[in-house]
Design a protein around this ligand. Structure first.
Ligand code: SAH
Length: 320
């Protein structure tokens, strides 16, 4: 699909034919399996000023923590014992982790327990030499959403940063042999439908192995407070179009979709998605890692995985 066709589709009255097409492609390329990934948010410290994110360094109300290597490993091992085959390590741009040494220890610890478990990093724009060091330490994948392909909007909501730098890092990741994930928020204040079409084309241009699309959720302690949340319907449309553009990609139903609407989270698997992530950290860290407000319960690594497996089986898919 070209830009005009994408814009037309995003704006159309009845999107059903595209959802059906995306579901059909997903069946052919990815089958019925849904991958469940464990996510550990290792630090809520961040030096960035992203205007939508509750962890931006200007937010004095944010609660800050950073986990030690052995603490991260303890949670990772619980997740592996519960059946997870991918551990996602996500955090703010915390200077303590910027040289990659602690993350490398975590990666080695996970691989020594089970070399078949994949490690995905999501730690922002690390220096190219650090990304190489982490790849050599055994990291398999990297998630770094481009957030918005609208240059002006990007610069506005990421003070001091540019879209070109972000895309450059994504290309570095690809060059280093990471399975590379990008993605974007849907409904950022000031975003247009046209720019969503460009977001989708950028995923293809990189080209991404994975792509996460989630609705923007307004956080009261950020400069963008008071804006309305992004649309779940429009998010699902983006997921479906991403499946059509990138038939082989791994596409999650993002956590943000579930935060806004649990029923829609289930339905989104019929729009081309084949992945879901679950937070496995203790409740105190999940609550402190407040990129956007969400209602989070006690963590039960084994029980919550079972619940997800049941949900996935109930829609006729195979949990993995
Ligand atoms: N520091 C890392 C991880 C950021 S958190 C990085 O920069 O890549 C992961 C994702 O959460 C972000 O990429 C962003 O797309 C999303 N996010 C952050 N704040 C959000 C908000 N208020 N609403 C919806 N999604 C948000």
């Amino acid at each position: 699909m070209n830009r005009d066709e994408l814009i037309k589709a995003l704006k159309c009255e009845d999107f059903t034919p595209y959802f059906e097409k995306a579901d059909e492609i997903r069946k052919q390329t990815k089958g019925e399996e849904v991958f469940i990934r464990a996510i550990i948010e290792f630090s809520s410290y961040c030096t960035m000023k992203c205007k939508y994110c509750g962890l931006n360094c200007m937010n004095k109300k944010a609660s800050r923590y950073r986990m030690e290597v052995d603490e991260i490993l303890k949670v990772a091992y619980q997740a592996i014992d519960a059946g997870y085959r991918t551990i996602v390590l996500q955090g703010g741009e915390d200077p303590t982790f910027a040289d990659g040494k602690k993350l490398a220890e975590v990666i080695r610890g996970i691989k020594s327990k089970d070399p078949g478990v994949a490690v995905t990093l999501s730690a922002g724009e690390l220096a190219p030499e650090v990304l190489k060091f982490l790849k050599d330490a055994g990291a398999d994948r990297y998630l770094l959403r481009h957030e918005t392909s609208d240059r002006k909007l990007y610069a506005e909501i990421h003070p001091g940063k540019t879209l070109d730098e972000r895309v450059e890092t994504l290309k570095t990741l690809k060059g280093l042999g990471y399975e590379t994930g990008s993605g974007f928020m849907v409904g950022i204040p000031g975003q247009s439908i046209e720019s969503l079409a460009d977001d989708l084309l950028l995923l293809k241009d990189i080209p991404c192995d994975m792509a996460g699309m989630g609705p923007y959720i307004s956080h009261p302690d950020t400069p963008l407070a008071g804006n309305k949340n992004g649309s779940v319907e429009l998010t699902k449309r983006c997921v479906a179009l991403a499946r059509i553009l990138l038939p082989q990609a791994n596409l999650p139903v993002t956590t943000a979709v579930g935060v806004l609407d649990l029923e829609e989270r289930k339905k989104a698997f019929g729009c081309g998605a084949n992945v879901i992530m679950r937070k496995v950290n203790p409740k105190k860290y999940k609550e402190a890692y407040e990129i956007y407000p969400a209602d989070l319960g006690e963590t039960d690594v084994v029980g919550e995985r079972k619940d997800l497996e049941e949900m996935i089986s109930s829609i006729g898919r195979i949990p993995l």
